[in-house]
Design a protein around this ligand. Structure first.
Ligand code: SF4
Length: 293
């Protein structure tokens, strides 16, 4: 079996590839192990920007809230959830600042801005990230949670890992919650930043694949938790077919590259993606081969 046979296409993976093919290779395909460069790749791969870290932490908090709701019939109090989120953020921030992720990158959060401390972040900017996360969770309580609670427990669908396989390529979709309502499949997604059309289309593809729903019965509701605004996408047979064709073309392109050697993946000519890239320490654009480990 090829080393990357389990490659899964996703909208974020595609965005990485379009920004810089080598960044995509480091993040998704490069070997990781004990050899120094491989070990460094593993650690750098786990790093997150402060905004992505805040978003992931909010999503984890929401997962816990929904698990509690489904188990107990009621969600935890908002105040409790906000306190726990604040504590989680503070602990991650402290651990990352001490560089503990080098010991256990799978379990301990590492922040880009701590690894590359030359990318100076002021106390005010850190404070903004904490507030951004807390406000996002508060918006979830005031807007999305009441919507989700309107669905009876029998209507909840198990989205699992959100991975489907179409024409031999595996596609991951980020799905917050999914419901059956009559013949409709309703997918809820939430985020604290805009994710774009690929993200919505992959969710629809997942629904079509797993819930045997006609394309015009799939509804994707997306809420931007930072600004507390919602959008709804309902597909027609034609718009679904167009979205599927475009998405599959991208997924096949990247899947075909999964065993290509590192040198096949171009370095970004522009320095723009490099300014926030987690792989600057080992990327050949900035290092001689001997120093990149
Ligand atoms: S440092 Fe720049 S060229 Fe290298 S992988 Fe990152 S984005 Fe690409």
């Amino acid at each position: 079996m090829s080393p990357n046979a389990d490659f899964v296409w996703s909208a974020p993976a595609d965005a990485e590839f379009r920004a810089c093919p080598r960044l995509f290779w480091f993040q998704r395909l490069a070997p990781v192990g004990r050899e120094p460069r491989e070990r460094t790749t593993l650690v750098l791969r786990s790093l997150r920007s402060r905004r992505d870290w805040a978003d992931d932490t909010v999503r984890n908090a929401i997962r816990w809230i929904l698990d509690t709701l489904r188990k107990n019939g009621a969600p935890p109090a908002e105040e409790t959830a906000l306190q726990l989120l604040g504590k989680r953020l503070q602990k991650d921030f402290t651990d990352s600042g001490e560089g503990l992720y080098w010991d256990d990158p799978a379990k301990i959060v590492g922040l880009l801005e701590h690894e590359y401390d030359e990318r100076d972040v002021s106390d005010e900017e850190w404070q903004e990230v904490f507030e951004h996360a807390l406000v996002g969770l508060s918006h979830f309580y005031s807007s999305t949670l009441p919507e989700l609670r309107q669905f009876p427990s029998a209507a909840w669908l198990d989205a699992g890992a959100g991975v489907c396989e179409i024409e031999g390529v595996r596609i991951a979709a980020q799905i917050g919650a999914a419901f059956r309502q009559g013949d409709d499949i309703i997918i809820f997604k939430w985020d604290t930043k805009s994710r774009g059309a690929d993200d919505i289309n992959s969710a629809a593809l997942f629904a079509a694949q797993h819930e045997i729903s006609a394309p015009n019965k799939i509804v994707v509701r997306e809420r931007r938790l930072d600004i507390n605004e919602a959008t709804e996408t309902r597909f027609s047979t034609d718009t679904f077919a167009a979205a599927k064709t475009a998405l599959l073309a991208k997924a096949k392109e990247l899947t075909a590259l999964r065993d290509a050697p590192e040198k096949s993946f171009a370095l970004s000519k522009s320095d723009e993606p490099c300014s926030t890239c987690r792989f600057v320490r080992i990327c050949p654009k900035f290092n001689s081969p001997e120093s990149a480990s």
